[in-house]
Design a protein around this ligand. Structure first.
Ligand code: PMP
Length: 421
């Protein structure tokens, strides 16, 4: 492989639009050392870290508020219910949803997408119908639709992308047809960071009366989202990529659509009454929340939303753009590095390969330098196929990252080059 030249480290001149060190101090895990090196956590696309206020909120719930919700008349049950429903209102405000009942708590993005597949897909998509997805999708926004296609005899249509990783709108316009029943598209690609042109995608679909589902897993922590302004029909995300806990996610759906959908799972809490003759389902959102939900995680997500809105998504995005620009500039100067995904509009993700070295080996050596990155196909194998690669190395940024962590990444890559020369 090519020997990486030593590149001059650009002095970190730009400052974050907030007190970065004070903010970092709120994330205890960022103080870890990996062997001799400080941790440079650049795997935020997989999961971001939790700040102390979120950890404290979870602990407080467990110590002083825990009980099952919606059914008890005692103090703890009422307290837990109020906190859980309060978290729903926080999500509603965060997404600017018109109504609280449009926010359904799920286990995560995957669960939300499967809910739409079962509740909407199975009810309204039949033989010969078409579902449009894009080349950039995560497997969780491909496989449920393929399952539906197998079951119902409908077809998947795929929006292609160019060599920069940008979706081709002309091709999309041609895919939309009389049999299109749903467009299911990512807001931000987890493998490349490309931001989808949602305005155009949604307007074109709506002109034909086709609903649009947006996978916002990689977007909500980096782009302000207003579901009413977007006018999307469904929007989903996961708590653990938004400085919150695992095991919790959100499906937003327009009330009129949710009302018409079938429940995803049957059980407690999703019913108004049950007899062996007839069961009457509960109102939305409860119709889609069968069984005991992840109560603590939902409350933790509410605290994460408070935290992130306290910082400001716009200000976070501004700083993350600086980090991404700096990393792009630095890595572009490294011989042997090929950046994968160079879209004009990108958020927080830098994917690359290093000539002659498998991404897993790159990741292993980077780990020795304290740098946490993701290597592999990122659960987006069709994108990898589009670029003729089995895998990439992915650095993904969050509001707490520093420019010198990019330098640490570059130093680690120079070490990879020396080892594999
Ligand atoms: N969609 C995208 C774009 C993602 O990045 C991810 C997580 N990598 C998912 C969906 C699935 O999210 P989860 O595993 O939290 O359900």
């Amino acid at each position: 492989m090519t020997q990486l030249a030593s590149i001059a480290s650009t002095p970190a001149t730009r400052a974050a639009p907030y007190d970065l060190e004070g903010l970092r101090a709120q994330f205890p895990i960022l103080g870890l050392r990996i062997g001799d090196a400080p941790l440079a956590y650049l795997d935020n696309g997989a999961s971001s870290q939790m700040p102390q206020p979120v950890i404290d909120r979870l602990v407080h719930y467990q110590r002083a508020e825990h009980a099952n919700i919606h059914r008890g008349v005692h103090y703890l049950s009422e307290t837990a219910t109020a906190a859980f429903e309060g978290a729903r209102r926080k999500v509603q405000r965060f997404l600017n949803a018109a109504e609280e009942c449009e926010i359904i708590f799920t286990r995560g993005t995957t669960d939300a997408l499967n809910l739409v597949m079962h509740g909407f897909g199975r009810a309204y998509i039949g033989e010969g119908d078409e579902i449009i997805v894009s080349t950039l999708e995560h497997h969780s926004n491909i496989v449920p639709w393929q399952m539906l296609c197998q079951e119902r005899g409908c077809h998947l249509r795929v929006i292609p992308c160019n060599d920069r990783g940008e979706l081709l709108l002309e091709a999309y316009a041609e895919l939309l047809g009389p049999r299109t029943r749903l467009v299911a598209i990512t807001h931000v690609s987890n493998a490349l960071g490309s931001i989808s042109p949602l305005r155009e995608v949604i307007d074109l679909a709506h002109a034909r009366g086709v609903p649009v589902l947006v996978d916002g897993a990689q977007a909500v922590a980096h782009i302000p989202v207003d579901v009413q302004a977007l006018d999307c029909d469904f929007y989903c995300f996961s708590g653990h990529k938004l400085y919150g806990p695992t095991g919790i996610g959100v499906l937003y759906g327009k009330a009129a659509l949710l009302e018409k959908m079938q429940p995803y799972q049957g059980g407690g809490d999703m019913i108004l009454s049950v007899s062996f003759e007839k069961t009457i389902y509960n109102v939305i959102p409860h119709k889609f929340e069968a069984g005991t939900p992840p109560i603590a995680a939902a409350i933790g997500l509410g605290a994460a939303i408070d935290f992130v809105t306290g910082v400001g998504i716009e200000r976070a995005a501004d700083w993350e753009a600086t980090l991404l620009d700096y990393a792009t500039e630095q890595l572009s100067q490294l011989p042997g590095v090929r950046l994968v995904g160079t879209a004009q509009h990108k958020a927080s993700v830098l994917s690359f390969v290093l000539a002659g070295v498998h991404p897993h080996d790159v990741g292993t050596v980077l780990n020795e330098a304290g740098v946490a990155v993701r290597t592999g196909h990122h659960c987006a194998q069709p994108v990898m196929q589009r670029f003729g690669l089995p895998a990439t190395v992915r650095a993904s940024f969050a509001l707490y990252n520093r420019l010198d962590e990019v330098d640490q990444l570059v130093g680690g890559l120079q070490r990879v080059a020396r080892l594999f020369a």
